[in-house]
Design a protein around this ligand. Sequence first.
Ligand code: COA
Length: 234
Amino acid sequence: MSMNININEELITNSALRNISGSAMHNDKNSIKIAIIGAGGHTRSALNLLRNFYKSEQLYIFDDSFKADADEQIGGVSVIGQIDSITSEYRVFLSVGNNVLRKNLYYRFINQLVTISFIHSDATIENNVTIGNSNQIFANSYINSYTNIGNNNIINTSAILEHEVKLGDHNHIAIGAKLCGRVEIGNNCLLGAGSIVIDNISICDDVIIGAGSVVIRDIKGSGTYAGNPVRKIK
Ligand SMILES: CC(C)(COP(=O)(O)OP(=O)(O)OC[C@H]1O[C@@H](n2cnc3c(N)ncnc32)[C@H](O)[C@@H]1OP(=O)(O)O)[C@@H](O)C(=O)NCCC(=O)NCCS
């Protein structure tokens, strides 16, 4: 694994070997309380990013589905309240796969967010990659050189971002999606599981690409696209 990563703010992995962060926040990381927003499927995965850095007792889940009498836990972490009940003592982690919701929460909690980007120890980041704030990069994803990643993106398990990819903010690159070299993705896009974008293609803001779909031409209008090659379906 390469170590020469350009860091916009702070960067963190769940491996001590790759933990190259060093802020005051990290110096007191053992006393920090993390409010994980979201009790859905994504949290089952995201806990694996968080757990190797924070102790279980530092983690608390908040979701509007919270019911006081339910005693719900996910992987041993308790769901303790609705989102409105998150106080200023917490730093916030957005465990929400839906881009629109995650974007709205990003701005709502901008002053409380954990700004570091979490990178799984089994992800590979090559040299000369820039990574913004509050990204989540899951296991077996591969990010090649001269790729730029904005803020609040999810790069899910086994996704590939080849050389010189540009990724904006609030995107979800789903499991196994492949972005070939020099692909540019705007903001708020979902690239579905196993989708492929061939090299030199641009996709504008607010686009959903269906699972298993193949993008061979630039996409210039927001909407939902699916198939091989993709066609606009909504
Ligand atoms: C593309 C997608 C968003 C469309 O969902 P939807 O808006 O509910 O659309 P529908 O299921 O009503 O399908 C509309 C049409 O598109 C077709 N379609 C839907 N998804 C498709 C896909 N991935 N590939 C090809 N065609 C697809 C449907 O067959 C249907 O065609 P029809 O009108 O001829 O019957 C959804 O199917 C999808 O692929 N989501 C991605 C899921 C994913 O990867 N999640 C990430 C988890 S990590």
